[in-house]
Design a protein around this ligand. Sequence first.
Ligand SMILES: *Cc1c(COP(=O)(O)O)cnc(C)c1O
Ligand code: SF4
Length: 346
Amino acid sequence: MNAPAALPLRTLQHLVDASVISPDSVSGLAAVSARYAISISPEVLSTIKATGTDGPVARQYVPSVAELVSWPEEQADPIGDSAHSPIKGIVHRYPDRVLLMPTQVCAVYCRFCFRREAVGPAHGGLSDAELDAALNYIRHTPAVWEVILTGGDPLILSARRLATILTVLDEIPHVATIRIHSRIPVATPERIDDALIATLNAAHKPVNVAVHCNHAAELTPAAKTAIKRLRKAGVMLFGQTVLLRGVNDDPDTLEHLFRSMVAAGIKPYYLHQLDRAPGTGHFAVPIERGQEIVKALRGKLSGLAQPTYILDIPGGAGKVPVGPNYLSNQNGAMMIEDPRGAIHRL
Ligand SMILES: *Cc1c(COP(=O)(O)O)cnc(C)c1O
Ligand code: SF4
């Protein structure tokens, strides 16, 4: 029996009905579903059907008992968002840019999410008064050059509420540019509708959308259509990928993903080392392996298709690149490794 096609799967029973999990696994997963939100959209469900219920898309969304396992140095707030929050809904860690989180709701819930303790329907979002106060913080902080809408997924907001936010940001002189981090273009592409496009089109300042996508199979025909609509509305698209064990932790899979992104009109921006959120250890790839993978792509793949491999230092010290190093110093001489592994003296 199939769940209704137009509704997301939000409970273990929905997942059983859609044949995504077996009935016997429900009791083991009850504690997972009590702690972390579940949502699998119809678009993602069809991709899971096409790639297998233990495939690279299923692993990202289908709850697993492995989420009940703690891993070393895991933290509920792995990158220290709360320490840098001057007011509800704002995280201000770097001088020139702030995160604005109008909602904690997402269209889908990723099992490796670093904000998994803070996202979900139970967490809601900012009230009108709280949103006003957060926008006031931006208005009165002249160093803020860029506002990054994140959450939660900002594109889950109604076009009207998003328009309210964009209109205020348009009117603040020191805000030069707006960025929106979202999974919606790939997870629920039907939400990139006329009302949303009109809202984005109406913004005077450049709007950049960072699309979160971890496997080429997520770039379905509907996702590509949504991405094309965003591009036509003047939005610049950047790709954000998390390096995940069993999903994309080999050079061929990432090469295919990054080529598919560029072909769809998305510039791969960051390849993230996994943050140490609770119950995500089964997705971890060691940094040394990440560097090997990234190295294998250098020289082989267009520079346009190469993101920066990035680590958000646990505890909130900030993001830094952790890609392979090609330079070394041998007895005072600078040596450089080429993309094929040969060493040259500089
Ligand atoms: C990741 C992050 C940003 C954005 O960083 P970029 O390197 O510009 O993509 C901004 N603020 C906070 C608090 C962040 O965690
Ligand atoms: S869409 Fe983003 S914020 Fe929402 S669960 Fe996935 S990774 Fe977390």
